[in-house]
Design a protein around this ligand. Sequence first.
Ligand code: NAI
Ligand code: MG
Length: 533
Amino acid sequence: MGFLGLSTVKAVQSSLKQSKPVALRAMGSVRHYSDLPLSIPVTFPNGESYQQPTGLFINNEFVASRERKTFEVFSPSTEDVIAEVYESREQDVNLAVEAAEKAFEESGWSTDDPARRGAALYKLAEAMEEHADTIAAIETLDNGKSISNSKGDVALSIGVLRSTAGFADKLTGQVIETGEDHFTFTRKEPLGVCGQIIPWNFPLLMFTWKIAPALVTGNTVVMKTSETTPLSALYVCNLIRERNIFPPGVLNVLSGFGKITGNALTEHPTIKKIAFTGSTATGKAIMKRCAESNLKKVTLELGGKSPHIVFDDANVEVALKAIVSGIYYNSGEVCCAGSRLYVQEGIYDEFVAKFVEYSEKHVKVGDPFDPETVQGAQNSINQLDKILKYIKIGEDEGASLLCGGERLPEKGYFIKPTIFGEVKENMRIVREEIFGPVITVSKFSTVDEVVKMANNSDYGLAAGIQSTDVNKIINVSRRLRAGTVWVNTYNDFHPMVPFGGYNQSGMGREMGEEVLHNYTQVKSVRMGILPTA
Ligand code: NAI
Ligand code: MG
């Protein structure tokens, strides 16, 4: 037994290497035509193996894609191929949507006692808890994030399933008093088949955040995972299959690319709603397609450039911890990362010096399977290139590089914690989302000045305040235009607390009771009362 406590599985399947590739290079992955087995052994760096499903998950079964295309999945910490999985295309989307539609109409999922749906989510939480170590290791292998981050993701995912399961008894309508001639009431009804498209920075967490509210409210789902991180969701689907957690067709999961599978989902005439997490540019394109096809309902959780404010009266140790986790957590690939730091003039020099020292000495970058590692690999070569490009832009714009600014020399997509000082508010590195361990620092003197700078953004996902003055905290938190304001903490999620964006950071909320509005529609029933003899 190694550190993961996994049982070793015998490698019986033929090696992936045997498939004969007819390669075409797209988005960092090579696509093949092959007869890939539906389950293959994958080995972790510690030598232990598990069985990885490779098929599309439709009707509670893993199936090959219709065109039998596959694509390679990489480990960003080693740059090696981990596995191939089947790639869905339009015909597969049609099959999955048909399965979801049939389940919505015929399985009783949408009409039975909601408690049944809550019970299914509890069961899934339990199954994931039993396999928590394996799931965390898969996430680290596929995404590149540190194992401590992955373990946190698994725990929060399980929490989200349990909290959302509890909402099964919150699906209550109203009786509305309209006078004695009528009896009027409302019902909260599910939407139907929901398409869900998730990104690569939190593959498992986004999977659970998205499916839990859609399912507890009685919808059925076709989900597309990200092309760079399809593995953990497929592993969880296998638990769903083995334990019969949902009726067939209630949840369908497709691996595939945005422009093919994603487009097929956003244009599908049967799908009633799309929930998306990813870039603002893709979110806008999705919304347009949803409108033009059949006016699907849309919720979007998009990018950010969140301000993090440190006032002179902050508790320096608490603030430092929050700033560090605000930017380096998950290798900086966080939509709500605190990537614009504003420090008040009284403590500016001392605080920035401390932050630089901490970033250089204590943020361990490297092997994501090392439990001591803080910052693992960036998710893909594309993301690595984008971050390096922005570092160059920052230097060209005249910002001063206080630390980092380069990748590690060894294999894998690792970037050193990077801090830019002397930035100006109109610089691209201050305005645009970088999505990596890169932070800009500005000095401010007054509350009014910093509120103005903080709100001067196209985005509005989150903001941070570091202060011990309760009046200042309340005043500033009210004035910041952001969906979440963290005070004396950061990147601090709870499954009961709603999350989502102002401005171009999106629309709709995830988690908490708020999310239920995004997966139900209200029906008003107004009934005339006949005279009673
Ligand atoms: P993306 O937004 O294009 O990709 C996210 C998901 O959308 C993936 O599953 C992708 O396959 C899918 N997708 C792409 N094009 C689509 C389309 N036309 N229709 C339907 N689905 C589509 O983001 P990408 O290219 O992976 O990353 C670019 C930048 O986006 C990052 O550097 C980062 O700044 C931002 N981003 C923000 C995220 C967040 O959590 N807010 C998550 C991922 C990326
Ligand atoms: Mg990967």
